[in-house]
Write a protein that binds this ligand. Structure first.
Ligand code: PGA
Length: 222
């Protein structure tokens, strides 16, 4: 069985570069992917040895007059390996499937690995169809994150998440890694790790001790 992947999604945290470096060093282990704010990525690249870096978003154009945007190649050249695209916290701010589709194409074209977030089962097939329109599936990981489970302390049940996992796997003929995300903590991580190829962890990834326990659990299986 392939190794479990743990993605630490820091979102808009921590508030200083010094804290970011301290936290990254504490969780700098193999098969750990750190999704840090853009402004910390270059610095973190110099400080980490075992983990890999992930951006939390990317723009779809190569270069030019796009104030405030970051291109896929900028990330690639920095040594960033992954990018999260289509997180529900961005979808609610207006990111459409069409935008997500453009971002995925642009990111794949420079060789970034994509973590595509999808939400509840009833939306997944449609999201996947639109988000991946015209795309040959390479370097793609799907993260199943029911919106009601994100940041609420209420993770999905084993039973339901297993059903959704099987559904997603069947859409891709079992060829893709599928992660679970949504209120993962050190207590419920084992259950999800038993089924999924890894975890996308928000809140709990900001606490080195708590995330450390999840890392131990995942590495124990690798
Ligand atoms: P959470 O966030 O673990 O804090 O629920 C997960 C995510 O949004 O990726």
């Amino acid at each position: 069985m392939s190794s479990k992947l743990l993605v630490a999604n820091w979102k808009m945290n921590p508030q200083t570069a010094a804290e970011a470096i301290q936290l990254a060093r504490a969780i700098d282990k193999k098969n750990v992917v750190i999704a840090a704010p853009f402004v910390y990525l270059a610095n973190l690249k110099l400080k980490i040895k075992n983990s890999e870096l992930c951006a939390q978003d990317v723009f779809w154009q190569e270069k030019g007059a796009y104030t405030g945007e970051i291109s896929p190649m900028m990330l690639k050249k920095l040594g960033v390996e992954y990018v999260i695209i289509g997180h529900s916290e961005r979808r609610v701010l207006g990111e459409t499937d069409e935008i997500i589709n453009k971002k995925i194409k642009a990111a794949l074209s420079v060789g970034l690995k994509i973590i595509l977030c999808v939400s509840e089962k009833k939306f997944i097939q449609n999201q996947i169809r639109k988000d991946l329109k015209g795309i040959k599936i390479i370097n793609l990981i799907i993260a199943y994150e029911p919106t009601w489970a994100i940041g609420t302390g209420k993770a999905d049940t084993q039973e339901n998440s297993k059903k959704v996992l099987n559904f997603i796997k069947s859409l891709f003929k079992d060829k893709l890694k599928v992660l679970y995300g949504g209120s993962v903590n050190s207590k419920n991580a084992a259950g999800f790790l038993n089924m999924f190829d890894g975890l996308l962890v928000g809140n709990a990834s900001l606490n080195a001790k708590e995330f450390g326990k999840i890392i131990k659990d995942a590495h124990f299986r690798n």
